[in-house]
Design a protein around this ligand. Structure first.
Ligand SMILES: [Zn+2]
Length: 147
């Protein structure tokens, strides 16, 4: 039996990272919308007539960018900007068999049955796809370096 895989993000333009980062921080870090640094080439008004209007507009953006469930702020710059990272949600039932880059079949019976599984992380590394190992927690994130 195979695993279910859903890829949420691969390449991410720097402009999108900017929108993700600041909308998330207005909603979750209480950043003042008036203090978000402007970036040339990105035409956005963070500040609305009232603070609550600004926060609800940021909430809408967070929802539209599918980052409502994220518990750490999205990075302003990341390997996504270079096309070297992927965010995936992975799950399976029972045991799953995978072939690593050396051709060895690995049967995964241990938990958790997610992208955080130790054996799965080892199989990924044989292909040069490394689980996130930076600060904080980024469950769906994999990249060429683990950052
Ligand atoms: Zn990511």
């Amino acid at each position: 039996m195979g695993a279910a895989l859903s890829i949420a993000a691969t390449y991410r333009p720097i402009k999108r990272s900017y929108l993700m980062h600041w909308s998330w921080r207005i909603v979750n870090d209480g950043v003042d919308p008036a203090k978000v640094p402007a970036v040339s080439g990105i035409d956005i008004e963070w500040e609305h007539p009232t603070v609550s209007a600004s926060v609800s507009a940021a909430k809408e953006m967070v929802r539209a960018l599918s980052i409502s469930r994220l518990r750490t702020k999205p990075a302003l710059r990341s390997l996504h900007n270079l096309g070297l990272a992927v965010d995936m949600s992975i799950s399976w039932r029972g045991a799953v068999s995978l072939t690593d880059a050396m051709g060895k079949v690995v049967q995964i019976k241990s938990g958790p049955r997610t992208g955080m599984n130790r054996q799965l992380i080892e199989v990924g590394a044989t292909y040069g796809v490394r689980k996130y190992r930076g600060s904080g927690r980024d469950v769906p994130h994999w990249s060429n370096s683990g950052l």
